[in-house]
Design a protein around this ligand. Structure first.
Ligand code: MN
Length: 502
């Protein structure tokens, strides 16, 4: 059983008729063996399906158009076993709308020193056949992933697997719907953006519904089901005394559960994959949704606070990409700094909405006043987050393009119990160091809202950015500020000029 058991990638092998039918039969057999082996690999989380080998322009076009039309085909892996003259691929590649991975491999791992002859040479021509194909893809200015190595190598399979995860995230965005309750937080810049451009580029739509429609769902929650939800809270969390039965603020917990159920019903009925809200537009809701959002994020919904639809969509895609891996992908905000020269840290959190998926140990369910929004005290889950390698990713609208910015970080254990902090929190050290990372982030116009990931790495996001034809800037171990500034400047020129030829 594959982690993404509904999704498949196709292995498409290119060849030609120059070497006779016997060679083509061998090409076919080899391609079937490779597809089966990749399918069996635990490193690859989707099905790998063999496709009939392609040897003529018509076959190439027909196969790639079929890939476009097959909804659960999330991408194509192409490989040239023999030589496949690449002008044959132009029409097909121009039509291809699915992500492409070019696997530069060879059926035989080794040269058979004692028996190698021209038949072997003509069959095992990937070394130059794939170069011919690579030229065509570059000539068409196509973004794609190139994986090099024998197809049985664990590293090659791992790289294919990461690309598959990215392709699943990309596939999930196509036709996805995100709902905004209310608009953007007043005067905030980075959470704004061009929703038409985003839909054209990324495939998801973002539309607003008035909070009153959500309120109607909240008010319609069934009382029996509401009691069950409260029981689920009681089993799962350490409930603060005030929220217990007969506690002084029990009503707040009941209302929080009601909001969660109303939100969940709205999202399910509308087929939404994520949502935003804003504390400036809560008319009819008694609390800003806190625990509701925390739990819905842990269930897989994307979320962005203060109307931040780009982050909501990014969080959703990253949750999909991380499916089945240990750890979570979560809405996050760089909140407060610890500028100790010996132990510089960022404290990440939000005023309420920290994804329960990050919780280390049992979360405590608490109620505290909230200084903004003018509503009743909201219920929230409070917890710490474990240590380990992680990253923050942010998506910004730069005017002429969207930019994905990624900073690799090291999450660290809590330095103290923070008894007075009424929100979940995570501490991290940005790479390469606090000063460089923050400087680079700010120079790149990085948002304050991010998706914090415990289980995706830069390679997966690079693959994702290539599929989306999205600018990617990375801040990590090797980042050096002068070079990073140049990269920003060079990219300005690149994105004014590059255009895929189709
Ligand atoms: Mn915020």
């Amino acid at each position: 059983m594959k982690i993404f058991n509904d999704q498949e990638v196709w292995l498409i092998t290119g060849s030609q008729h120059l070497y006779g039918e016997e060679t083509l039969d061998q090409v076919k057999r080899h391609s079937q063996i490779i597809a089966e082996e990749l399918h069996k690999s635990d490193a690859i989380p989707v099905s790998v399906k063999y496709q009939p080998i392609v040897t003529r322009p018509e076959e190439i076009f027909e196969t790639l158009v079929r890939a476009n039309q097959k909804d659960n085909c999330i991408g194509v892996i192409v490989w040239m076993h023999t030589f496949s003259p690449a002008k044959m691929w132009i029409r097909g590649l121009k039509a291809l709308r699915k992500p492409m991975l070019h696997m530069h491999t060879q059926f035989n791992r080794d040269i058979p020193w004692d028996t190698i002859d021209m038949d072997f040479m003509n069959l095992n021509q990937s070394a130059h056949g794939d170069r011919e194909f690579g030229f065509m893809a570059s000539r068409l200015r196509m973004e794609r992933k190139v994986v090099v190595g024998h197809w049985q190598f664990p590293k090659a399979q791992m790289e294919i697997g990461k690309w598959c995860r990215a392709a699943c995230g990309w596939h999930d965005w196509q036709g996805a719907k995100f709902v905004r309750f209310g608009d953007n937080m007043r005067q905030v810049a980075v959470t704004e953006g061009d929703k038409v451009a985003a839909e054209m580029k990324f495939g998801f739509s973002v539309n607003t519904h008035p909070v009153s429609e959500l309120v109607a769902k909240v008010n319609a929650v069934n009382d029996g089901l509401l009691q069950e939800r409260l029981k689920a809270y009681e089993e799962r969390y350490a409930i603060a005394d005030a929220l217990k039965v007969k506690g002084s603020q029990r009503d707040a917990l009941i209302e929080a559960a009601r909001i969660e159920m109303g939100l969940e019903a709205f999202l399910a009925e509308g087929g939404y994959k994520g949502f935003t809200d804003t504390f400036e537009d809560l008319e009819g809701l008694r609390q800003l949704p806190g625990i509701a959002v925390q739990r819905l994020m842990a269930k897989g919904y994307g979320f962005g606070a203060e109307g931040d639809w780009k982050t909501a969509a990014l969080v959703r895609a990253m949750k999909v990409m991380g499916k089945g891996l240990k750890g979570a992908n979560a809405f996050m905000e760089d909140y407060t700094y610890h500028f100790d020269p010996e132990d510089s840290l960022v404290l990440g959190s939000h005023m309420l909405e920290v994804d329960e998926g990050l919780a280390e140990g049992k979360a405590s369910c608490e109620v505290h006043p909230l200084g903004i929004g003018g509503k009743e005290d909201p219920v929230r889950l409070v917890f710490n987050v474990g240590e380990g390698a992680a990253l923050n990713a942010a998506l910004m609208d730069m005017g002429n393009r969207f930019r994905l910015l990624v900073n690799e970080v090291e999450a660290v254990s809590p330095r103290a119990s923070l008894p007075k902090l009424p929100v979940a929190r995570v501490l991290w050290k940005p790479l390469p160091d606090m000063e460089t990372a923050c400087k680079a982030w700010i120079l790149a116009g990085g948002a304050h809202h991010t998706c914090f990931s415990q289980n995706l790495d830069l390679e997966i996001l690079e693959d994702f950015a290539a599929m989306a034809e999205l600018e990617l800037l990375q801040i990590g171990k090797e980042t050096e500020i002068r070079r990073f500034k140049q990269e920003i400047h060079w990219n300005e020129v690149y994105y004014k000029n590059v255009e895929r030829i189709n």
